[in-house]
Design a protein around this ligand. Structure first.
Ligand code: ADE
Length: 280
């Protein structure tokens, strides 16, 4: 397997970039693309097996990576993660806070514990990763951070916990962009809409069937790809975005803007899906 990025080879040569949730889905695609562009990618997650599989993919491509298990909800684990990565790599140039999790449920059935668990992972975990990146390396050396949102422009019925947490991450991103500008830190976010990602496998079959119906309401009439999301993250990490901070990019085929007042008949004129994974 190889990865065909649209970015310049060696764009991230000599850089160390942490990708949380790097063992699957958008995190894996981002990690593979960054490694294909010369970065040393630090794959972080809770399950070593998944990280090891991506590590192997990257090594087979001729790329460089390492793996660290860490629960981003645990402050001490996050502190220990940065200490370990820095003792191995010296500096962390980039951080992709991709790790997250949620479950589908009407709000009235979500317990306090369930709500807190999602907020702790998606919001508090992201905060801890940003803070530790800053305190342990980026305050002195600068750096670039990309956070993960969801397309929650009009709220997100069925996922009130995650939608609220990601709204928090969006605002955190704006705040830190200002607080840390003086240290040469840029921090942005991406907000994926419906992405054909391995993350969808975690939803019940009925939900996956329903998704096919939802696609009809996307102006592009298709889901996005993991590679299309990874490319936006890579752009934000790159020097092409060096005057962009505190910003969020929606990757959603214009779905967040659509309303029923404008019918979009079936078409196949959307830009061809971009997939950087080349088999063989
Ligand atoms: N991926 C999903 N949840 C996570 C967590 N709490 N820590 C690290 N990676 C994760």
């Amino acid at each position: 397997m190889s990865y065909q990025s649209i970015f310049r080879p060696d764009l991230f040569l000599g850089q160390t970039i942490i990708v949380t949730g790097g063992g699957s889905g958008i995190g894996r695609a981002t990690a593979v693309e960054l490694a294909s562009l010369g970065a040393h990618v630090v794959l972080v997650g809770r399950t070593l097996e998944k990280l090891t599989a991506v590590h192997q993919e990257i090594t087979q491509m001729g790329g460089e990576a390492s793996t660290f298990t860490c629960n981003i909800r645990e402050e001490e684990q996050v502190q220990a993660l940065f200490a370990a990565v820095l003792s191995q790599q010296g500096v962390v140039h980039g951080l992709v806070n991709n790790a997250g999790g949620q479950f589908l449920s009407p709000a009235e059935f979500i317990s306090k514990k369930g709500f807190h668990a999602v907020v702790e992972t998606n919001l508090t975990g992201t905060f801890l990763m940003c803070r530790e990146a800053y305190n342990q390396t980026m305050r002195d050396h600068g750096g670039t951070i990309v956070n993960m949102l969801m397309e929650n422009w009009r709220g997100f019925p069925g996922m009130v916990h995650s939608a609220a947490a990601r709204a928090g991450v969006e605002n955190l991103t704006k705040t830190l962009a200002v607080e840390w500008a003086r240290s040469g830190v840029r921090i942005n976010a991406v907000a994926p809409g419906l992405i054909e990602s391995s993350g969808l496998d975690n939803y019940p079959e009925a939900a996956r069937n329903f998704i096919q119906e939802v696609v009809k309401d996307i102006p592009f009439k298709r889901m996005g790809t993991e590679s299309e999301t990874a490319a936006a993250i890579v752009f934000l990490l790159s020097p092409a975005a060096s005057y962009i901070s505190g910003e969020s990019i929606r990757i959603d085929g214009a779905s967040s803007l659509w309303r029923k007042t404008w019918e979009i008949e079936d078409h196949d004129n959307a830009p061809q899906p971009f997939d950087g994974f080349q088999i063989g």
